[in-house]
Design a protein. Structure first.
Length: 399
């Protein structure tokens, strides 16, 4: 029986207030997936929740949900390998090679059913990277069980839509446990499937213009947007948050003309108040997708002041990915193993100035053309998607 320490992070919004490594950690609030892994480890090992000052554990487990968790754990460790054997996993673990000097092992993709084998150093686990076997070819772990956290239940894994920019839909083979596609109980849905009986809903728009959406395989015409908004017939005000990826590499930036025209059309048929928040996120090329080789454009997001037309009020909402975040994320996910990513992270915090430094220091992560993580086998044939993506860029309109 080994002693296993579970590292846990503060909520992202609190992290920039702290500088000492131990202050990154706080009361546990684990995702249901990570909790499932911890429970499996607890069947064979002693478990405690710890921070980076821990001297008790033989192993540390850390769930890295995003690139920001990768950034934070590097800074928390100060670029030094911890005394305990660090095992990382989670959605943010896409490029374990840059973490080689810090970790014992990394789990790529799903981790249920294998954590104790990884702790034991079992190199037959197909989706586990080990620091002492860096050249093993890996296969992304796919779901083997439906995870039920009681208060939260997994309804699906992966996505059937295959938007060309989205890592989640290309990393996992779509598995459906609910009879229809559904996210966790947070109201997120596809735009056409918006349930107006809710008071607040999030959905994906992912392109300001129809052509942008068409090119990235998110087909949605202005008329379909109008028709969907027209279904709002309840009396109470509807708050609709629409995630919208912007600054795609095949665009010249931002153009809200078509969007404003669409809202003007919708205002003629919408009879009850709707507040629309466009949550703008800068495009970032994600591994395993048809757009993984694309470049990062250096455009600042354009904020639009609230506008009201008829019963519709809309404005932009700049909570999502910035150009500096896109640059940092690209560096972490597309960095080569001989790049000094750890050193760079220790010297630079995410900022506009740092983004420019990334462009100078690691042009291959910004300019495109570099295929990341070549030793990880993709579950889907992205080459066909890349051909279709390039074909759509050359079209002048959608189909």
């Amino acid at each position: 029986m080994a002693r296993v320490g579970v590292l846990y992070f503060r909520q992202e919004k609190d992290r920039n207030k702290h500088t000492k490594s131990a202050s990154l950690f706080d009361t546990p609030k684990l995702t249901i997936g990570f909790q499932y892994i911890v429970n499996e480890a607890a069947k064979e090992h002693e478990i405690r929740y710890v921070d980076t000052t821990d001297t008790w554990a033989d192993y540390w487990l850390a769930s890295l949900v995003s690139w920001y968790d990768v950034y934070n754990i590097i800074r928390a460790l100060g670029g030094k390998k911890p005394r305990a054997k660090l095992i990382v996993g989670g959605p943010g673990v896409l490029n374990p090679w840059i973490l080689h000097d810090l970790i014992y092992a990394a789990v790529i993709g799903r981790g249920e059913g294998i954590i104790n084998r990884v702790i034991d150093g079992d190199k037959t686990v197909s989706n586990a990277y080990f620091y002492n076997s860096p050249d093993r070819r890996l296969i992304i772990g796919q779901p083997t069980v439906q995870i039920d956290g009681g208060y939260e239940k997994e309804c699906a894994c992966g996505c059937p839509k295959k938007c060309f920019f989205c890592e989640y839909g290309w990393k996992y083979r779509y598995t459906d446990w609910s009879g229809q596609y559904s996210e966790y109980a947070n109201g997120e849905t596809f735009f056409r499937d918006i349930d107006f009986s809710r008071g607040r809903v999030t959905a994906g728009l992912d392109g300001i213009t129809e052509h942008e959406r068409y090119v990235v395989n998110k087909k949605l015409s202005p008329q379909e947007i109008v028709d969907t908004l027209a279904k709002h017939t309840i009396r109470d005000n509807m708050v609709l948050k629409l995630f919208c990826v912007t600054a795609y590499p095949f665009t010249d930036g931002y153009n809200f003309d078509e969007w404003e025209y669409t809202i003007a059309m919708a205002s003629k048929v919408v009879k009850n108040p709707i507040t629309i928040m466009l949550s703008l996120s800068h495009f970032c090329p994600m591994p395993f997708t048809p757009m993984e080789e694309e470049r990062v454009l250096f455009f600042d997001r354009l904020q639009q002041a609230p506008k009201t037309i008829g019963k519709i009020k809309w404005a932009t909402y700049l909570q999502g990915t910035t150009v500096s975040s896109a640059a940092y994320e690209s560096m972490i996910y597309r960095g080569k193993e001989d790049d000094d990513i750890i050193g760079f992270i220790l010297r630079n915090t995410p900022s506009g100035e740092t983004a420019r430094k990334i462009r100078e220091s690691f042009p291959h992560v910004i300019n495109g053309g570099y295929v990341p993580v070549p030793l990880i086998e993709r579950p889907y044939n992205v080459e066909n998607g890349k051909k279709e993506y390039r074909r759509r860029i050359l079209t002048t309109g959608s189909t």
